[in-house]
Design a protein around this ligand. Structure first.
Ligand code: AKG
Length: 303
């Protein structure tokens, strides 16, 4: 299966990167990036410190347990709807914002002692990578430089998924099938299988590649690109032997951000806008009431 996984080397010429990224985003809705310039040591330290966090005694973690949408640092099991969800998932999650750093950092866990130092460095480096990927996508779509900067990528959220070994993987998923509501997501997986994408009627494993990031195209990129790029349905399966960790960095528009297909992409009569304009917060509301049902959500905005 790894043969089918689109892998983009970020040291090749930018024009080629852009073409490969656009093609992968059209065909698969995701791709993996290698040679992205973030040091292996930082990636290892990040995974180590996050594993240390989840391995701390429950008493230490207790102050972060929260499902309150307004809480600035949330630790929860399964999803934030644990009490009302039909099915539970074999997952613990830690979520907090990470940009701008000085505003977010006071809410982060203070333990393990290296948490803030390592996750600060990780947040800064991933922000640079996010800008780079946004610029290459913009170039590939033919949009002006910096198109995805500003309000479209104002929020950066770290969401760490921690999946302990599951006694019967046939009975529980780690994460339900969903598309990401945001612009795009970069995932750092450890070397344990679990992530799958839905393509041509079947689930396909996304092979872990050491030190690579998986870039998942979110709903907003599908809409802004007027369906040129595809948002991909994905999920995480469990296994009975090994703990798996997957560190997500979500690139999110500000809640008041105005979103519509980019005007440069819908200029002529052959490219008419496929979606109506909306504010990102409206989209999130629609996403929540449709419980992530991708087609139903997009349908609400189709013209
Ligand atoms: C998410 O955080 O939205 C994911 O889809 C993570 C999937 C994974 O654990 O590989």
């Amino acid at each position: 299966l790894s043969g089918s996984s689109p892998i983009i080397d970020l040291t090749i010429h930018e024009h080629d990167q852009a073409q490969q990224i656009i093609k992968a985003s059209q065909d698969f809705g995701y791709f993996q990036v290698i040679n992205h310039g973030i040091s292996e040591t930082l990636l290892e330290d990040t995974v180590d410190v996050l594993k240390e966090f989840f391995n701390m005694p429950a008493k230490e973690k207790a102050k972060y347990y929260s499902v309150d949408p307004n809480s600035k640092c949330k630790l929860y099991t399964s999803t934030t709807n644990y009490s009302s969800e039909d099915k539970h998932y074999w997952r613990d999650a830690l979520a907090h914002h990470c940009h701008p750093l000085q505003h977010c950092l006071p809410f982060w866990p203070e333990k393990p002692t290296r948490y803030r130092e390592v996750i600060s460095a990780y947040s800064i480096e991933t922000r640079k990578l996010i800008t780079k990927i946004s610029d290459v996508i913009g170039e590939g779509l033919g949009l002006e430089k910096g198109y995805f900067g500003g309000e479209l990528s104002k929020v950066q959220m770290l969401l760490v998924n921690y999946y302990p070994p599951c006694p019967d993987p046939n009975l529980a998923l780690g994460m339900h099938s969903h598309c990401d509501p945001n612009l795009f997501t970069i995932l750092l997986q450890d070397n344990v299988h679990g992530l799958q994408i839905f393509k041509d009627g079947k689930w396909i494993a996304v092979e872990p590649i050491p030190n690579a990031f998986v870039v998942i195209i979110g709903c907003q990129l599908q809409i802004i690109s007027n369906n040129k790029l595809k948002s991909v349905i994905h999920r995480a399966v469990t296994n009975s032997k090994e703990t798996r960790i997957c560190v997500g960095n979500f690139v999110i528009p500000s809640s008041d951000c105005h979103i519509e297909p980019a005007s440069d992409l819908v200029r002529n009569t052959t490219n008419i806008p496929a979606y109506k304009p909306y504010q990102y917060k409206e989209f999130l509301h629609t996403y929540a009431i449709n419980q992530g049902d991708f087609e139903a959500v997009l349908q609400s905005y189709k013209l």
